[in-house]
Design a protein around this ligand. Structure first.
Ligand code: IPE
Length: 236
């Protein structure tokens, strides 16, 4: 089962409004569309979602003291609760895993083994100090732990842009060229680094598998979950 596993991250910008000043603004319609796509094909899947405006503004506003981290986590929890509730409305047995409380490949595997869809999210975590763990880092870690077959990043853009166009296939050499070109969406309060950091994490990953960056609408999600190519294919 492990080699057949797919990991999908729904970026915070897909399901929340991340524009400047937005605070805990859910995109209800988009969230439903995501859950509808998932409901048709969620076997052998691990779902990870970002925090969007339920996490990034909080880190800026409250910081990462124990009290700040507590407030950040509670924001992430509210989004996770909404996401998992809508998934269950679409008959998907979501198993919420909150990294602030517990995070390990074992708990994810146990959920999979028992017929759940594990749902993790970007969160605050207690390592040597309290820090932010992005959903992208979770994807990379779990892809290595489970030797995932494919991974996907659903975002609010069509893929990775180079010179104003979406790149169909991106390799390591092209990443260098992109440093000045990458179309970081403006006005977003992103404390975990956006697209460039996402790609760097992928290239740092020890495990080789297919990876895709694409716009997180219903059609694309459906295609990705059916095993089709979508958006930009990142050659790791
Ligand atoms: C961020 O997670 C977590 C916090 C800010 C606490 P992500 O980095 O995965 O979130 P998005 O996808 O950028 O919104």
């Amino acid at each position: 089962m492990k080699s057949e596993l797919t990991i999908l991250k729904i970026g915070g910008s897909v399901i929340t409004d991340k524009s400047e000043g937005a605070y805990e603004k859910l995109k209800e319609v988009e969230l439903k569309e995501v859950c509808r796509a998932m409901s048709e094909n969620w076997k052998n899947l691990i779902l990870v979602h970002g925090a969007g405006s339920f996490g990034h503004p909080h880190v800026r506003r409250f910081g990462l003291s124990p009290l700040g981290a507590s407030k950040v986590h509670l924001g992430c929890l509210r989004l996770s609760e909404r996401f998992c509730s809508v998934l269950t409305e679409f008959d998907v047995p979501a198993y919420p895993i909150h990294p602030f409380l517990i995070y390990s490949a074992e708990i994810v595997e146990k959920a999979l083994r028992n017929g759940f869809l594990p749902v993790l999210h970007g969160d605050v975590v207690m390592n040597e100090r309290i820090e932010v763990l992005s959903g992208d880092d979770i994807v990379v870690h779990l892809a290595e732990a489970f030797k995932a077959k494919r991974i996907g990043f659903a975002t609010d853009v069509d893929g990775v842009y180079l010179n104003g166009n979406v790149v169909e296939k991106l390799d390591r050499n092209m990443l260098e060229k992109m440093l000045a070109e990458i179309g970081e969406s403006e006005g977003k309060e992103d404390v975990t680094g956006g697209m460039l950091r996402k790609l760097q994490r992928l290239y740092e990953m020890g495990h080789k598998c297919s990876a895709y960056v694409f716009k997180g609408n219903y059609e694309n999600l459906k295609k990705f979950l059916q095993g089709e190519k979508v958006g930009t294919e990142v050659i790791i």
